[in-house]
Design a protein around this ligand. Sequence first.
Ligand SMILES: NC(=O)c1ccc[n+]([C@@H]2O[C@H](COP(=O)([O-])OP(=O)(O)OC[C@H]3O[C@@H](n4cnc5c(N)ncnc54)[C@H](O)[C@@H]3O)[C@@H](O)[C@H]2O)c1
Ligand SMILES: [Zn+2]
Ligand SMILES: [Zn+2]
Length: 366
Amino acid sequence: MHIHAAILWEAGTPLSVESAELDGPGPGELLVELKAAGVCHSDLHPARGDWPAKTPLVLGHEGAGIVRDVGPSVSHVKVGDHVVLCWAPACGVCAPCLEGRAVLCDRVEKVTFRNKLPSGAARLHARGQDVAPFLGTACFSDFVIVPEAGAIPVPRDIPFDALATIGCAVITGVGAVTNAGQVPRGSRVAVIGAGGVGLNVIQGAVIAGCERIIAIDLRPKPLEIAKTFGATDTIDASVDVPPAVRALTAGRGVDFVFDTVGSPATLTLALACTRKGGAVVLTGLSRMDAQGSIAMFPFVMQEKRLLGSVYGSGQPARDIPHLVSLYQEGKLKLGELVSRTYALAGVNDALTALAASDGARGVITW
Ligand SMILES: NC(=O)c1ccc[n+]([C@@H]2O[C@H](COP(=O)([O-])OP(=O)(O)OC[C@H]3O[C@@H](n4cnc5c(N)ncnc54)[C@H](O)[C@@H]3O)[C@@H](O)[C@H]2O)c1
Ligand SMILES: [Zn+2]
Ligand SMILES: [Zn+2]
């Protein structure tokens, strides 16, 4: 079928919104019509060339839409279902999957992270070439083909802009607190970076019953929004941050720091803001070749911990419906995460706004 998609032809150049041809779904695949797609910093990285990726490529990995067609042997999803896209479609049978660690699925690592569908098929074509789907999702496009496990059915009465960010920012941020950190009630936490993921760390910390939630960002707008999501305190990252964190925590430092920026400098800062026996949960991903350094002596003597966390460290097929329930119960803000909506033709403006840390999420709507 004939569609429009935002194609990255060369890293460092704007996406080109143009005509493309999409094949129908093969076995185990679905055709989804996109209704809303969040613009995540993980789209900006390949667009700018921070993460090397083969082009042409359609970016976008956080979205929601309606199933319009299903291929043979699809069993759990049917035409007309409203779905949230999931960029970690676990195989269910590899060792990490059997150990209950779906986000570490071997197939996701070998296939999805190489911007392929599990079937290996190239379903999207433009200018006579195959176009790769970023994270097997490619939702800066009118329609997408995804594997069945890459689409999680959700109730039909939820607005699509509210669903747009669940499939990356929300699950990553909330899961970093609840699954990776397993943060106990009454904890004191800090989050470095109050963008799409950071605001959801704050929401996760509110759900976990944290007593103190300190947001740290370089820009005033994200800090302003952080307060409306439940941050009890904010710190401008351009000041000397560790003493400011200690001043808010009876001189001790926080129990957990969530580094949603993921640069060598923010990792050092995160470790400095953590109390003795505390933990840093690292979700931010800067350049692919970034190397952080740790002052090893105090790390050992103060029994600090460092945890990596990808895609919320849980079971997306279980966690996405749970997040939707929290929203329905009024415990999770979703509509408030959408700072601005754009048509697909405005995708480059949305990426520019994200790079400027305009606050919360820009969302493409159809
Ligand atoms: N681990 C995962 O599974 C996962 C999932 C999604 C995104 N990510 C990564 O997480 C990172 C954040 O993504 P996002 O969509 O939230 O980005 P974003 O652009 O929405 O937010 C980043 C925020 O960090 C702030 N910031 C930047 N540098 C800072 C610094 N030195 N100190 C304090 N604040 C700083 C910015 O002002 C902005 O508010 C990206 O690297 C992205 O690739 C990881
Ligand atoms: Zn697996
Ligand atoms: Zn993302």
